[in-house]
Every structure is written in C-alpha cells, then in structure tokens.
Ligand binder design. Structure first.
Ligand SMILES: *[C@@H]1O[C@H](CO)[C@@H](O)[C@H](O)[C@H]1NC(C)=O
Ligand SMILES: *[C@@H]1O[C@H](CO)[C@@H](O)[C@H](O)[C@H]1NC(C)=O
Length: 231
C-alpha cells in the first residue's frame, strides 16, 4: 500500500474512532442514569410511565429527545433500591415528570434538591412520608406499603386560588418546584426585593451570583413557602 493510502486509512480510522467516542460520550453523558446498576424495569412505576410516553430507556432513566440538537432530557428517573443515604443533587433530572427514590436508606435530603423541578408530577420516597415542600405542596400524599407517594405538584404561587404572599411588589411569581416560587422583578425594577429602579447593574449581579448558590440571579430569588422565608 502506498504512503498516501496509509494516511487515508489512518484518517478514516481516526474519524471513525472519534464518532464512536462521541456516541459513547452521549450514552454516558447523563451520569444520574448510571448512578447505580440495572435498567428501568417494565412493570415499575417509572418503567410503565416510559412505555406510555414512548421514551427511550438509558440505564435508570427514561429519556426524551427534543430540540434542534436532539438533546436527550430525563423525563423519568428510577433510583429505587440504590443504597442512597444522601440525596443532594439531582439537577440532571430537573425535567423529570416522575422520580422514584423508594427503597433507599435516605437519612438526609437537602431542601433544595427539587428546586426548579416544575414538571415533577409523581415522586416516590421511602417512609416516613416527607414530601418536599410539605404535604400542602401536593394534591395527594399517600403512604402505600413501604413507599411514600407524593403526587400532583401544586403551584406554590397560588394557594386556595389566591396569589401567594411570597413575592414582593414589582415582581412576578413563578412556580419553581414543590413549595417553591421564583420571584422575578417586573419592568425596570431589580435588585434585592426588586426595590431598585433603573439601569441594571451587571457587576453587582455577578458579585451576588458568586457569593450565593441559592440566588439564581440578581433579579430572581427563590422563596420557600413552608418556612416562610426568603432564601
Ligand atoms: C435490590 O437490589 C439488590 C442488590 O442490587 C437485589 O438483590 C434485590 O433483589 C433488589 N430488590 C428489589 C426489590 O428490587
Ligand atoms: C403528610 O401525609 C402523610 C400521609 O398521609 C402523613 O403520614 C404525614 O404525617 C403527613 N405529614 C404532615 C407533616 O402532616
């Protein structure tokens, strides 16, 4: 074979390899899906949901492909029986409609785990039943055998048909996960509690962002209804 032929062959091999690597990366791109062994099981709550919604199974996840780049997002996550003691971060599953964390010895679950999980409709947890945001943040809270079922997330901006009292003047309320709302300043207002009016001070916002992980941005913040405080 000529030197040129060798070079061509090498180029083809390299590009094939990079295609394979790329595909491999996409497969394992979502770490949450492979946090523990096994695959979604038919007959399980998340498995049934995945079949019904024509999702794609990847490890413990049910995925939906959407957007221009055909990006995969998690719509179902089953981390049941995964020996989880702590649940601190599930942000990869922020688009999930159903999450199963049952049959785990969870001793510690951070208050902010479900921050931003606005699509979450059904959550399974081990007992005792402690749904995030409290029972009032869900349509139904049920103790079914060894599983706590939190179902039908309520919009924390409205309680009993009334606008909640969480957001200050000059701001709009948006749901931001169970028992959580996000206040975003309206019009020209900005800053802490939307008390400032006028041009937006970028440097200050970046400073706030660096200093706090809870603060979503300078013009937004999250309040937790149950504890009735601004965080
Ligand atoms: C939980 O996981 C263990 C080990 O991975 C397995 O032996 C057991 O059957 C599982 N239990 C259930 C209810 O799936
Ligand atoms: C929430 O509801 C569950 C199931 O009915 C119950 O076991 C639990 O005690 C309730 N929690 C509170 C704080 O009322």
């Amino acid at each position: 074979m000529t030197a040129r032929g060798d070079a061509l062959l090498a180029a083809v091999a390299v590009s094939l390899m990079s295609v394979c690597l790329h595909a491999g990366f996409q497969q394992t791109g979502l770490q949450e899906c492979h946090r523990c062994d096994g695959r979604l099981q038919d007959g399980s709550a998340v498995g049934n949901f995945c079949i019904a919604s024509a999702g794609q199974v990847d490890g413990r996840c049910c995925l939906r492909h959407q957007g221009e780049q055909d990006r995969a997002t998690i719509i179902g996550l089953d981390l049941s029986n995964c020996s989880l003691g702590n649940v601190e971060d599930l942000h990869e599953a922020i688009t999930a409609v159903i999450i199963d964390l049952s049959a785990n010895p969870i001793v510690n679950m951070s208050d902010s785990v479900f921050q931003g999980f606005t699509q979450l409709h059904s959550l399974r947890l081990p007992l005792p039943c402690q749904c995030p945001g409290g029972n009032e943040s869900w349509e139904t809270v049920e103790d079914i055998g060894s599983v706590c079922l939190c179902e039908g997330q309520r919009d924390a901006c409205y309680s009993g048909g009334n606008m909640s009292w969480n957001c200050p003047e000059n701001s709009l309320c948006g749901p931001y996960g169970p028992g959580l709302v996000q206040c975003s300043c309206s019009g020209d207002y900005h800053g802490y509690k939307c008390l400032r009016k006028g041009q937006f001070p970028m440097a200050e916002v970046l400073g706030i962002l660096g200093a706090s992980t809870i603060m979503v941005s300078g013009i937004l913040w999250v309040t937790q209804r149950r504890k009735a405080k601004t965080v």
